[in-house]
Design a protein around this ligand. Sequence first.
Ligand code: SF4
Length: 328
Amino acid sequence: MTAPLLEVRHLRVEFPTRRGTLVALDDITFDIAPGEVLGVVGESGAGKSLTGAAIIGLLEPPGRIAAGEIRLEGQRIDNLPYERLRSIRGRKIGAIFQDPLTSLNPLYTIGRQLIETIQTHLPVSHEEARQRAVRLLQETGIQAAEARLDQYPHQFSGGMRQRVVIALALAAEPKLIVADEPTTALDVSIQAQIIALLKRLCKEHGAAVMLVTHDMGVIAETCDRVAVMYAGRVAEIGPVQQVIHAPAHPYTVGLMGSIPVMDEDRERLLQIDGSMPRLNAIPPGCAFHPRCPRAFERCHQERPNLLDAGATRAACWLHAADQQRRVA
Ligand code: SF4
């Protein structure tokens, strides 16, 4: 078996406040294999973007990693000094955010930003870096790449800017790209193109991807595996086809039922009643129990960890061995 590229183990992120400590991520554990595309999905507030931010070392203070560890190629990266982590962030982990302007400096030309990133992380001359920048822009489908190197971010459309950000994220040949809602801010007509481009380029460059999105359609078309998050925890994780077609966690069942399917004669879309709890009001036991149509007594008192549930793993008591025996 190949060693995982990224290992996240029992990650806990807290926000100290005047009224006590809020636990935003609790006991998050997953791996990403080299070259794999892992989707992270959930409603807003589930903790998916926060998980990405913790991995790339960009947690907003006062947020802090309070427990657990994150390893990249076996090396622990959650406890590194800021400068060391910054260098890993550019060299081994590329980041793509929802708004391309977060990643681009409006005062510098695209060429300067690409060339500086390449030269910061790779031992190449200015001319070699420039050639590499041109190639990267060409790969992302930007026409007249050489001439566009001298333009500023405001001279690009939103979709073109996100292509530049993809080029920038891949500039130092990273092992992992963390893409957080990379198309949400873009026009619907170009979202699919950008996702397809991201997937193709990461594959060609041998980079694994952690794709954070609320869009199950994007997950279905892009990912190898998917982690479904709920209230700061992983509710279910497994191969994408199994999670979509045979979800094991009642929350995932609800998420899947709320997606329109073109070639299915589904009379009504399902709806998950209620809403995600606030961080300061996470219910005891299974956090999903107030909304769960299958909740039973144990769910109100004990919190389930991820359990084997056929082809996936689900944090749900329905998959506990004693519960399974009772049903059988
Ligand atoms: Fe529903 Fe209970 Fe499973 Fe939680 S543990 S998802 S409440 S059945």
